[in-house]
Design a protein around this ligand. Sequence first.
Ligand SMILES: [Zn+2]
Length: 354
Amino acid sequence: MQMLRIGELVVSRFRGSCERPKPVAKESEMAPSSRILAVGGVLASLIVLITANARPPARARQLLPIPDRLVVLTFDDGTKSDVAYVAPMLKQYGFGASFYVTEGLRDIKGEDDALTWDDIHKLNSMGFEIGNHTETHPDVTTLTKQQFTEELEGIENRCKHYGIPLPTTFVYPGYSFNIQAAEVLLGKGYLFARRGVSPEYPDSGDGGRGPVYDPAKDHPLLLPTTGYSGPKWGIGDLVWAVEQAKNGKIAILNFHGVPYPRAPWVTTDPAVFARYMKYLAKKGCTVIAMRDLAKYVEPATASRIPLRRPEGTSTSGNSSHRPPHLDQRLSVPRLSDRRGLNEFPTRTILHVGL
Ligand SMILES: [Zn+2]
């Protein structure tokens, strides 16, 4: 029964709240033949109910077995290379992927390197997932529940406006996360959310290894990053990540711009990226978007894993030990002239491009 409820939830998120249910004819308006059919339908329903009670309840949704070398591809921040370079290459290989978009980071990306909503619409039309990376790219640990909700709804409203399905997955900006934010995501029906490599692994802020996703242990709204591309992450780390993806565990990879000229700490050279994708294809990896995890594991709305902070001692993206470029926090007024859809108050923005 729980699974049916989840199915309804997912459907209702995609359908939107404006759509009205179709009217049903009253019994008095029905033709006699329709009444006979209606009575027959009720009897049939009763028989189904009685029969169903006599058997053990069947699973509403069958999960697929998790294959070895299952890899989730995620791209953060919404830079032009997503649509100009990455997406066409992924289509050639038949890979799935998720693109996490934000209206923030304009001072890093510049208008010339930021995806437009037409670009985002195109990525969606190509079959890729559009995920929520917040409206302004803030440090979510500094936000109230209400402020975080507004950040999510900024992107949700834009998706609605541009005819893109409401996001069901999320990535924490700058890898900075807390349980309060995960609770907000759960309340809004989000299915999966990805954090960074810490606290299990140290995060230099320049690319690195992280834990493989273990569906028996990791909460769906606190998925770890198994590897994120940057100067300190290369082909050897990709090979390592894929090797971890076995025995029911899943590798989750994270890229930013390919390239990302104004955020060199998380940039990926296009030729090197091409080599990475070729390797995934050669190894016969199953490469999917984050939303597709729901085929293999229970999403947050059905998970029995407790929502608590992962164990580990390494510093996360919001630590004072991180490199100087990770401490560039600014408080900037919203530019209402380019926003159009809704207003946001002044708040702390995490200008780290992660
Ligand atoms: Zn980001």
